[in-house]
Design a protein around this ligand. Structure first.
Ligand code: 5CA
Ligand code: ZN
Length: 428
């Protein structure tokens, strides 16, 4: 599937340090060291970020999550690292099918229209596109083959269903070390059962070896989309799509597996478990998660409908840079609530920043390539590399301007390359 248009990222003089991010698996902030070796080339940083389920447009929670990982990728690029980025879109799954039925639309049309909207939202926010943007419907055959492999090895098993062929489930206990994200020591079983039920699992289903075992393959049901495969007709379960897409398009183990914190359990636990069962290796070196953005007191979510959409804000005339700047003013890892104040604060800030950028004097050009610890570029590199501290970086720019520093082209380029905010339009 095509991704979206890549924004320009200016190359800065020198290079920044390797970024570190919080790893949910070890519960520590760790340097995101390029981990994968592709034959004949230096190690690359590889990242898989879970994409949207396209049944409603991009809300600010999604935008905040993709912006967090965009920041990480910008820092890798600035450190001179080669990056491979893959994202999926869950274009066939229960919530999407339910929404299409509710609205009397074709599920494919719903997925296509919402994915298109997502692409244009990502473009307007200047978020770097993945190198491979893969829809689940593009890889059903591969998912079936991987599930077949697990079935042959006794790691997947059939469960009878009424009015349909058997479905296939993952035997969590068959994998010698399924707990990649360490959830068994942080959640008790009751919590895991609740999270599984709330997040697409079916702990109540009769016939499973363990109530937590997740679905790998759902056999054909009347009125539901299905594909021919080595397993017969059916469609994939959720977690296996991300394991298979990540393994197919990225060298393994990947450097970072990312998504929002609502994916830690069960989604990332089991996509890591499936991948490990398939390859014998951990899926990722680091499992990184963004916090949840709330609105009107609750997590912003498509199912609750308490959404602020990027496309609506842009359609009503909001400069997308304000949305980006507002999101950057919160740390990617914290849970926070969106309010109108966020845009107002961003608006005041952007006015100050653009006025400062426009005040460049010709003699400042001589400072363009100046390097050293006392430049704005060095400060931004330092603070951002420490667990993507964008609020700190935004404050640093505020303070730099308030301290009376005159602007240089290098400052403007650093704000563009590292924070993705263009202060001077290219055509100006
Ligand atoms: N398609 C699956 C992942 S394979 C999915 O979770 N789709 S989603 O549309 O529900 O979410 C897309 C991404 O946005 C996920 O990484 C999710 O963790 C993140 N996300 C969803 N809601 C919020 C929120 N309120 N705040 C921050 N991130 C969110
Ligand atoms: Zn996923």
């Amino acid at each position: 599937m095509k991704a979206w248009t890549r924004p320009d990222v200016p190359r800065l003089a020198g290079s920044g340090p390797l970024p570190s991010v919080y790893d949910s698996s070890t519960q520590t902030v760790r340097e995101a060291v390029p981990s994968a070796r592709i034959e004949g080339s230096p190690p690359v940083a590889s990242i898989y970020v879970c994409g949207i389920t396209p049944y409603d447009a991009t809300h600010l929670g999604h935008a905040a999550t993709y912006l967090g990982f965009d920041t990480l990728i910008r820092l890798w690029l600035d450190a001179g690292v080669e990056v491979r980025y893959v994202q999926n879109t869950t274009d066939v799954d229960d919530p999407l099918l339910e929404r299409a039925t509710r609205d009397g639309t074709d599920w494919r049309e719903l997925a296509t229209s919402q994915t298109d909207l997502f692409r244009s939202d990502m473009e307007s926010l200047r978020i770097l596109p993945p190198d491979h943007y893969i829809a689940v419907t593009e890889v059903v055959g591969e998912i079936a083959a991987a599930t077949h492999d697990l079935l042959v090895r006794g790691i997947a098993y059939p469960v009878d269903s009424e009015n349909a062929d058997q479905d296939l489930y993952f035997d969590s206990s068959a994998d010698s070390s399924p707990w990649y994200l360490g959830q068994e020591s942080r959640l008790d079983r009751t919590e895991m059962l609740e999270l599984s039920a709330a997040r697409g699992g079916d702990p109540e289903r009769v016939g499973k070896r363990d109530a937590l075992d997740p679905l790998l393959w759902r056999s054909e049901r009347e009125g539901e989309p299905s594909w021919d495969s080595v397993l017969g007709r059916g469609r994939p379960g959720w977690h296996i799509e991300c394991s298979v897409i990540a393994l197919r398009y990225l060298p393994s183990p990947i450097t970072v597996n990312g998504g929002g914190s609502d994916l830690i359990f069960p989604h990332h636990e089991y996509s890591a478990g499936h991948a490990a069962a398939l390859t014998g290796e951990p899926l990722a070196d680091i499992y990184a998660h963004s916090g949840m953005v709330a609105f009107e007191g609750e997590k912003m979510s498509k199912s609750l409908g308490n959404l602020v959409l990027v496309s609506s804000l842009v359609a009503s005339g909001t400069d997308p840079r304000l949305i980006r700047l507002a999101l950057l003013s919160e740390h990617y890892r914290s849970d926070w609530e969106w309010t109108a104040d966020h845009l107002e604060t961003a608006s005041v800030r952007l006015t100050t920043w653009t006025a400062w950028a426009a005040s460049a004097r010709p003699e400042a050009v001589s400072a363009e390539t100046s390097e050293g610890d006392d430049t704005l570029t060095a400060q931004l590199r330092r603070i951002l590399s420490q667990d993507l501290d964008t609020p700190g970086a935004v404050r640093d720019v505020d303070e730099w301007i308030a301290a009376g520093h005159s602007v240089t082209p290098a400052d403007v380029a650093a704000i563009d390359a590292l924070l993705g905010i263009q202060l001077i339009s290219r055509t100006a």
